[in-house]
Design a protein around this ligand. Structure first.
Ligand SMILES: *Cc1c(COP(=O)(O)O)cnc(C)c1O
Length: 241
């Protein structure tokens, strides 16, 4: 069942209010924080409603889904009367397998989940073949849970630096996933850690002016992530409940 425009608007207003409140606590400007609507669990009608309320940054966690969705939405946009306020952009936020790198490069505008040199090199090669420069983020496993993707904290700065030497990648930031926990101190610690890595890399001038994003915070922990400096929050459930 599609989530109605009214419901999305209401949820979006609440999310924006929460972002504003927590920006205030951290003395940040709320305009620094953008929302990626993670659409992996919703139908096409709901995505059209997202476009109608002005959202244009969409996230998917699986490449085949993203490819299908992007094609459907493209077809919809060709028939749509009103122009979008901004061009639609697709964010690949889930774990990326190397054999999906080519397909990801075909549709994604940003890949949040680069976590190894081998993957970075593969995406670089596929981006070159597609004649584009791919915006990417380095995913760091800040909570150090074993089963989780993301590179190790200790390897992150060096890996980030190596990524900037790949000609068809543009390193635009860092990404992490909060721990699976209701312990908010633990979540905060994860986000603080990513920010510290980010600041260290900025100090070393890795990535230059392009390197400016912290992608962290989902429905259950975005308030905390915003306090710790998130510039991109990835929200699914809270938009569609
Ligand atoms: C699903 C997903 C999200 C959104 O999660 P919600 O809890 O529904 O807000 C964010 N990031 C990634 C990587 C995801 O897979």
């Amino acid at each position: 069942m599609a989530v109605t425009k009214g419901k999305i608007q209401k949820n979006l207003a609440a999310i924006r209010e929460t972002i504003a409140e927590h920006c205030q606590i951290a003395r940040r400007d709320p305009s620094e924080v953008s929302i990626v609507a993670v659409v992996k669990s919703v139908d096409l009608e709901t995505i059209k409603n997202l476009l109608d309320v002005g959202l244009t940054e969409f996230g998917e966690s699986r490449v085949p889904h993203m490819v299908d969705r992007a094609a459907e939405i493209d077809a919809h946009l060709r028939r749509r009367q009103n122009p979008l306020p901004r061009p639609l952009r697709w964010h690949m936020v889930g774990h990326l397998q190397r054999n999906k790198a080519r397909a990801a490069c075909g549709v994604a505008d940003v890949i949040h989940s680069i976590d190894s040199l081998r993957l970075a090199e593969e995406v670089n090669k596929r981006a070159e073949q597609a004649d584009k420069v791919m915006d990417v983020m380095l995913q760091v496993n800040c909570s150090q849970e074993k089963q989780k993707s993301g590179c190790a904290v200790g390897a992150s700065v060096h890996l980030g630096e190596m990524m900037t030497s790949l000609k068809n990648l543009r390193l635009v930031g860092l990404m992490t996933m909060g721990p699976l926990t209701k312990n908010m101190d633990l979540s905060r610690h994860t986000f603080t850690r990513l920010r510290e890595i980010f600041e260290e890399m900025q100090l070393e001038k890795i990535g230059g002016a392009d390197f400016r994003h912290l992608s962290m915070g989902m429905s259950n922990d975005y308030a905390m992530a915003v306090e710790e400096g998130a510039t991109i929050v990835r929200i699914g459930t809270a938009l569609f409940k």
